[in-house]
Design a protein around this ligand. Structure first.
Ligand code: NAP
Length: 248
């Protein structure tokens, strides 16, 4: 392990683009140094890392990896520790999301959806636990309001996110008092970049008390709050959904 780094360090998975990139920028602006994980979005991740490095030298590096490769996850944590000598926070953001209507779902889809949404978050958390304990750190899992109220034709995704919610509560119980573990459950904050899984996005927003989609910044703000400003909060899932789960 290198000498202990002076600023707190966070590993964010799936941080090359979209919500993960906004979480990374937000945490960096708040003084966290970053390990930016990506899988395919190498160009986006390297651009983001370069821009954050320009703002604060020695503050960011990228770590590539397929999260379904469970055996490689301890090494990912080891690379962060070898670079910074500490790990204060883990944000499990990476996720696969697509429909799997009953009658069409395959074991390969099950494995893919559970790998990023439940399996890797657990095994990464397990690998990171000694360092997180030492740092008095925290984990935030990106869940989804669909874990609680399922999205039609997405049973495997909803089940995987429900497993992540259960993991959030289990690890909060098991890792306290050293490590806090919480979740953020976004409503619609960024429509998927491929396909159109929602039948009627406008109708969905009309049923939302705040009458709009949220932003990735709304989600990132909740992640930052849970990591930095909520020392007596653990085992909780914070909905960032404009109140959408209040209506049927
Ligand atoms: N967007 C929303 O409105 C919304 C709503 C509810 C919940 N959420 C949750 O919020 C988080 C971020 O949402 P998002 O829409 O920004 O996510 P996203 O774009 O669907 O996925 C984020 C990243 O996950 C990575 N990823 C997926 N499978 C992977 C695997 N097997 N191994 C390694 N990396 C993998 C991909 O990285 P590469 O591109 O590098 O391959 C991808 O860019 C997710 O957990 C999502 O479920 C989002």
């Amino acid at each position: 392990m290198s000498p202990r780094h002076e600023r707190p360090v966070v590993l964010v998975t799936g941080a090359g683009r979209r919500v993960g990139a906004v979480i990374a920028r937000t945490l960096h602006a708040a003084g966290y140094d970053l390990a930016l994980h990506y899988r395919r979005s190498a160009a986006d991740a390297e651009l983001l890392a370069a821009s954050l490095e320009r703002q604060r030298s020695g503050s960011t590096f990228t770590v590539a990896g397929e999260l379904a490769d469970t055996d490689a996850l301890p090494d990912m944590v080891a690379r962060v520790l070898s670079r910074y000598g500490r790990l204060d926070a883990l944000v499990n953001n990476a996720s696969a999301f697509y429909p799997t209507p009953v009658g069409t779902a395959t074991l390969a889809q099950w494995n893919e959806l559970f790998a990023s949404n439940a399996q890797a978050p657990f095994f990464l958390a397990q690998a990171a636990t000694p360092a997180l304990r030492e740092a008095g750190g925290a984990i935030v899992n990106l869940v989804d309001i669909y874990a609680e109220r399922p999205l039609a034709n997405h049973p495997l995704y909803c089940m995987a996110k429900a497993a992540l919610e259960a993991m959030t509560r289990s690890l909060a119980l098991d890792l306290g008092p050293d490590v806090r573990v919480n979740g953020v459950a976004p409503g619609a904050v960024m429509w998927p970049s491929e396909g159109k899984p929602y039948d009627d996005q406008q109708a969905m927003l009309a049923r939302t008390p705040l009458k709009r989609a949220g932003s990735p910044e709304d989600v990132a703000g909740a992640v930052l709050w849970l990591l930095r400003d909520a020392p007596f909060v653990t085992g909780q899932i914070i909905r960032v959904d404009g109140g959408r789960t209040l209506s049927v």
